[in-house]
Write a protein that binds this ligand. Structure first.
Ligand SMILES: Cc1cc2nc3c(=O)[nH]c(=O)nc-3n(C[C@H](O)[C@H](O)[C@H](O)COP(=O)(O)OP(=O)(O)OC[C@H]3O[C@@H](n4cnc5c(N)ncnc54)[C@H](O)[C@@H]3O)c2cc1C
Length: 309
């Protein structure tokens, strides 16, 4: 891991910086590159702008490691409200949530109760529920709760991270049980005992897992194959593999983040790929933004540029 990446990821987990960072005006200004604004309405406006371009949306209200049950309940209520609004507006916009935002650090069963309420509402409003993946020590519990949810609700998906050694086995289990998978490279600081330290190995593992996901489509059990990456070379390899295997481009998806690789998003849509963009909003954006900087440390220049006008 590069020194800069390590520093940025350490900052993302620093409690003081999580509180103070968002107050720094130049950081706030630079962060706007990756989020259209802090409110749900800002997210909706972005979603409405993307739709005519052929791009649907996934949305998330930023927040993690909630330490107060009332806050977890209020986050849950927020998602319950906006799921209705999305149905009324007839926008194709799927929620993606973090379990620690629903209170996982406080009590597993309470977090599950919140999650289940959201799955119920997502089901009732004909939507889909995505679960983000956080640090490696949350993987077991996240998959346990995703599987439990899938027993009741058919439209549930979870994020898996290609940098983890264990993901190959986790993927088999998710395919087996018809839980949708959004495969990403992984955004957190992980030790070499659990994750590939070299980017090349992560990329290779991602591609190997992609092949298993495309095969998983044959199961027809609700499994959904989503590749969450901006890596144009990897995307081209996955599309070529799918073409060779006879998997139609409309049977799998590419999800990217708002503000990253817009040209690639539009190019893929033009070529018939199914593309969604994840739009984040909310005021607790600091750790999330630090992870975006860590993914491409050159982004730090944007922060410096915004500092000097
Ligand atoms: C829809 C979606 C959901 C995600 N959910 C999770 C999650 O739940 N858990 C998790 O751990 N991670 C999540 N991630 C983040 C993911 O793990 C990676 O950190 C991130 O996507 C960068 O990896 P990459 O695949 O784009 O490849 P990289 O090799 O990192 O990047 C490929 C190219 O994309 C561009 N790029 C990538 N990142 C940036 C950036 N921040 N700024 C500017 N350009 C960039 C650059 O041109 C770069 O060369 C998610 C990513 C996406 C797209």
């Amino acid at each position: 891991m590069s020194l800069m990446r390590g520093v940025l990821l350490a900052l993302s987990e620093n409690r003081r910086m999580r509180e103070r960072g968002p107050q720094l005006w130049f950081v706030k200004r630079a962060a706007r590159r990756f989020m259209p604004g802090e409110t749900f309405e800002d997210m909706l406006t972005a979603a409405e702008t993307l739709r005519p371009l052929g791009i649907d949306t996934v949305f998330t209200r930023l927040g993690e490691n909630v330490t107060d049950a009332a806050e977890a309940a209020s986050v849950t209520q927020h998602y319950l409200d906006v799921l209705y609004q999305i149905q009324l507006k007839k926008i194709r916009c799927e929620p993606s949530i973090k379990l620690t935002q629903l209170g996982l650090d406080l009590a597993k069963e309470q977090a599950y109760a919140n999650l289940r309420t959201l799955a119920e509402r997502a089901h009732a409003t004909d939507n889909y529920l995505w679960i983000d993946m956080e640090q490696s020590h949350y993987v077991d519990v996240t998959l346990e709760l995703a599987l439990r949810l899938r027993e009741e609700f058919p439209r549930v998906g979870v994020c898996l991270q290609a940098y983890l050694f264990r993901t190959k086995d986790d993927l088999v289990s998710m395919i087996e049980h018809g839980v949708g998978v959004r495969l990403v490279k992984g955004a957190y600081k992980e030790p070499p005992s659990v994750a590939y330290p070299a980017k090349r190995d992560v990329d290779n593992n991602f591609f190997g897992l992609s092949a298993a996901m495309l095969e998983g489509m044959e199961r027809d059990n609700g499994f959904r194959a989503v590749f969450g990456t901006h890596d144009a070379a990897l995307i081209a390899r996955i599309r070529a593999l799918a073409a060779r295997a006879g998997v139609r481009p409309s049977d799998f998806e590419f999800h990217m983040l708002y503000g990253i690789q817009r040209g690639e998003q539009l190019r893929l849509v033009k070529e018939g790929a199914d593309v969604r963009v994840l739009v984040a909003y909310g005021s607790f954006w600091f750790p999330w933004y630090m992870r975006r900087l860590a993914e491409r440390p050159a982004n730090v220049w944007f922060v410096l540029k915004s500092m000097f006008g």
